[in-house]
Design a protein around this ligand. Structure first.
Ligand SMILES: [Zn+2]
Length: 234
C-alpha cells in the first residue's frame, strides 16, 4: 500500500504519531513512522541482537537464548541421538517415497492424459463467414487487449458501467466506419481510438462517421507492428 495514501486515511490523532519523518537512533537514517516502525527504521535496527555487524547478533531462530552449562547438564539428550521414530520405520519410508513419486507425477503431468488441456472444448466453433462480423470480432479482440493495458496503467476512470449516467467505452472512429472505409481493425481497437463517454453521448453518435481530419489524425500516427513471425531478423 502506498504509505502516503495510508497516512491520509488515518484519523488526525494518529497522524501525529504516524507519517512523521524521524531519524533512526541506530543507523541515523531518516524514515517515516508507521504502525510497525515507530522509533527505529526497521526491525533489525530496533533489536540489538539482530543488528548487522553487531557482535551480539544471534541466529534468528535462537533469539539469543544461550543455555548455561548447568542447564545443559540437566537436559536428557539421549533421545536426540536416536533420531525420531517415524523417520526410522521402514513403512513410513516407503510411504514417503510413494508420496514423492505421486507429487512428481502430478507436477510433470506424466500421469494426466489431458495435461495440455487439448481434450477440452472440442466442440466445433461456429464459423464466421460474414465479413462484417469478422471485422467486429477482430476489433473486439484488440479492444480487450487495449483496455487490459489501460487498466494496468490506471487509465480507466471510475464509474464505468451499463446503467444510465455511467461511462461507456467508445470507439472514436466507429466500427462501422472502419469497416466501410477499410481501416485496419488494429487501429479501431487501439487506445488512441478509445475514450470513455457518458452513455447519452454514445447513443447520440453511434451512427455518425468521423470527419476525414479526425481519421487522419488517429490513423497517421499509428502503424501496426508486424507479427513476430513475420519480422525480419536484424
Ligand atoms: Zn535504522
Amino acid at each position: 500500500m502506498d504509505i502516503e495514501k495510508y497516512i491520509q486515511s488515518l484519523p488526525a490523532y494518529k497522524r501525529k504519531k504516524y507519517g512523521v519523518t524521524k531519524e533512526c537512533p541506530y543507523c541515523k537514517e531518516e524514515f517515516i513512522t508507521s504502525y510497525k516502525k515507530l522509533n527505529y527504521c526497521s526491525k533489525a535496527c530496533s533489536n540489538p541482537q539482530n543488528r548487522a555487524g553487531d557482535p551480539n547478533k544471534v541466529a534468528p531462530w535462537n533469539k539469543g537464548h544461550k543455555k548455561s552449562a548447568e542447564h545443559l547438564a540437566t537436559m536428557n539428550t539421549e533421545g536426540l541421538k536416536k533420531g525420531h521414530g517415524w523417520q526410522k520405520k521402514p513403512e513410513y519410508k516407503e510411504a514417503a517415497k510413494r508420496a514423492a513419486k505421486m507429487h512428481s507425477e502430478r507436477m510433470k503431468g506424466s500421469n494426466n492424459p489431458n495435461w495440455e488441456g487439448k481434450q477440452n472444448n472440442l466442440r466445433p466453433k461456429a464459423p464466421v463467414d460474414n465479413e462484417w462480423n469478422k471485422y467486429k470480432k477482430e476489433v473486439r479482440k484488440v479492444t480487450y487487449r487495449s483496455v487490459y493495458q489501460m487498466k494496468k496503467e490506471g487509465l480507466v476512470p471510475d464509474g464505468v458501467g451499463k446503467y444510465k449516467g455511467m461511462l461507456q467505452l467508445d470507439h472514436i472512429i466507429s466500427k462501422r466506419q472502419g469497416y466501410e472505409q477499410n481501416i485496419d481493425p488494429w487501429i479501431i481497437g487501439h487506445r488512441n481510438n478509445l475514450r470513455y463517454v457518458s452513455s447519452q453521448v454514445n447513443r447520440e453518435k453511434w451512427h455518425t462517421f468521423q470527419t476525414e481530419e479526425v481519421v487522419k489524425e488517429i490513423t497517421n500516427e499509428l502503424q501496426r507492428p508486424r507479427a513476430r513471425s513475420l519480422q525480419q531478423p536484424t
